[in-house]
Ligand binder design. Sequence first.
Ligand code: AMP
Ligand code: ZN
Length: 111
Amino acid sequence: MACIFCEVAAGEIPATVVKRGDGMLAFRDINPQAPTHLLVIPVEHVASLNDTSDPQLIGRLMLFARELAREVGIADQGYRVVVNTNPDGGQTVFHLHLHVLGGRPMTWPPG
Ligand code: AMP
Ligand code: ZN
């Protein structure tokens, strides 16, 4: 299997899984950029945000991230959801994922 996040979803490479269900998986980013830095992926392989037009999938991903933020205790203080897309967006892993970042104030604009 060539896709590392498909391998994470299949349990073939280790990850710290925080939440799963509804065809989604959330796990800790290996190189965290904030005190809380989680990734949310669909279990089904989708390469990037450009590669699905399924409003159910996109909606479920976003709601999963929102619920995750609540469960890990960053919802009230605040958090950021990021979807890097393709090279100019900074995407390095080509399996659609949402970054959920929190635990510190975020700055704007992003780099
Ligand atoms: P992006 O640059 O938006 O494609 O984000 C990919 C993210 O995946 C980066 O923040 C990496 O630190 C993270 N990452 C890469 N490999 C792994 C892994 N095996 N487990 C957890 N996070 C990973
Ligand atoms: Zn994949």
